[in-house]
Design a protein around this ligand. Structure first.
Ligand code: ASP
Length: 423
């Protein structure tokens, strides 16, 4: 009875703590295969349940969001604000990453012995085919946004392509007018509502899923993994924290009337799911619910800004890519010029746009950044070991950044509801 009264985010938080404790114990007692067989599937089932909703939700939500912005002019205004905000915060995030990595120099103080061990280990990972072999070119990333066949894009879950097609569909439904476009718009509204209902149902089992996900990660890695690359991990984590607490609070203060306290309380359930699933896309349904229900952002703005942000806006990922690129360059004894650092800003922006909102996507598109400044791609193997934990943390920032944008856009349109309907 008491359990039923607890708010969802408290239950999820509890599940996380218990999951971590369970994972540590299992790690100590060598119960990895027990956890993999009996516990992890519960987490996988949860992620699959949410994953099932993503494609229909993103498509329907973006079509509805686009059409409900009314005319093409307000779509242009809100679209420009959203994209502008996403780009600016991404560039700020990378700059923070670069600044910290240049100041702290996490790749420099290592002994020659430690360096060669790390580089040797990476070469082995590379030989085992665990690191990306080539980086996609920027041209390919951009061209790949246009689907040649939207149905294939749906089937393969190509989010950028789905977004592109959804936005165009929404614009065209608006252009053909309410009378002709109405039936299709109402259809997508119903699909959207049904998907939101599905998310409500799935969230009822979230604490079990989160428990299993955290337990599995901690059993696999143990918490000591962070110590192996402690300085590098610390720089990434410090950057993420700085960006989340300083930059986002500042944005809220400058562009909205919402206090940081209310914002962070309201978005907490989404942050917890982001942390445990390491996937912005899987978190998207919860992000939409938090923004609409707890932060008072109108549904049509949530429907437009958040699905876009889940794929396009990844401040945490781009910050981490900045740190990783400088760290690896330092390890390989390369001095990065100003032009190379600017290249990192440009390519990490594109790499974070191109990264899917799925676990580990950022480390794959990191290859684009490393390729652009000539750092050997097998360097990725060096940081692979700590990537999962950093991934969980950067996903929290990615999701938080999307929600800040939704609040800021709604505020500048004077559309934030004052009293939240619940948390
Ligand atoms: N897991 C991240 C996300 O879903 C992407 C990444 O950085 O790997 O937002």
């Amino acid at each position: 009875m008491a359990m039923r009264k607890l708010q969802l985010h408290t239950k999820i938080l509890l599940a996380m703590v218990v999951g971590a404790g369970f994972g540590l114990l299992a790690n100590r007692l060598d119960l990895a295969s027990f956890v993999a067989t009996y516990v992890q599937p519960v987490g996988t089932a949860f992620v699959r349940l949410i994953g099932m909703v993503i494609v229909p939700l993103v498509f329907a939500s973006l079509v509805v969001g686009t059409t409900s912005l009314g005319d093409v002019r307000s779509l242009g205004r809100i679209g420009a604000k959203t994209i502008g905000f996403y780009l600016c915060t991404t560039v700020v995030a990378i700059s923070i990453g670069l600044l910290l990595a240049n100041l702290v120099q996490p790749g420099s103080g290592l002994s020659e012995n430690a360096k060669s061990r790390l580089i040797e280990g990476a070469a082995q990972q590379d030989a085992a085919g665990k690191t990306p072999r080539e980086s996609a070119s920027i041209k390919d990333v951009l061209l790949n946004i246009i689907p040649t066949n939207p149905i294939r894009a749906f089937a393969e879950g190509q989010m950028l392509q789905i977004i592109f097609f959804a936005l165009l569909t929404g614009v065209c439904l608006t252009l053909i007018g309410a009378e002709r476009g109405g039936p299709a718009i109402r259809f997508f509204e119903a699909v959207n509502d049904a998907m939101v209902m599905m998310v409500h149902l799935i969230m009822k089992v979230a604490p079990f899923g989160v428990f299993a996900l955290i337990a599995a990660v901690v059993t696999d890695f143990g918490l000591h993994i962070l110590l192996v690359l402690a300085k590098y991990s610390a720089v990434v984590l410090a950057g993420l924290l700085l960006h989340m607490l300083l930059v986002y609070s500042l944005c809220l203060r400058l562009f909205s009337k919402m206090g940081a306290g209310r914002f962070f309380r309201g978005i907490r359930p989404a942050q917890l799911i982001a942390f445990s699933s390491a996937s912005s896309s899987a978190t998207l349904p919860v992000t939409i619910e938090c923004a609409a229900e707890n932060l008072g952002v109108p549904r049509h703005i949530c429907s437009f800004t958040l699905p876009l942000g889940a794929t396009v806006n990844m401040d945490g990922t781009s910050l981490y890519q900045g740190v990783a690129a400088v760290f690896l360059a330092q390890l390989y004894g390369m001095d990065l010029s100003c032009t190379q650092q600017l290249t990192i800003v440009l390519t990490a922006t594109l790499a974070s746009i191109g990264a899917a909102g799925t676990p580990g996507a950022g480390i794959v598109t990191l290859a684009i950044v490393l390729g652009s400044i000539g750092v050997p791609l097998e360097g990725i193997g060096i940081i692979l070991g700590v990537d999962r934990i950093l991934d969980m943390c950067r996903t929290v920032v990615n999701v938080t950044g999307d929600a800040v944008c939704a609040v800021v856009v709604a505020s500048t349109e004077n559309q934030v509801r004052r009293a939240p309907t619940g948390e």
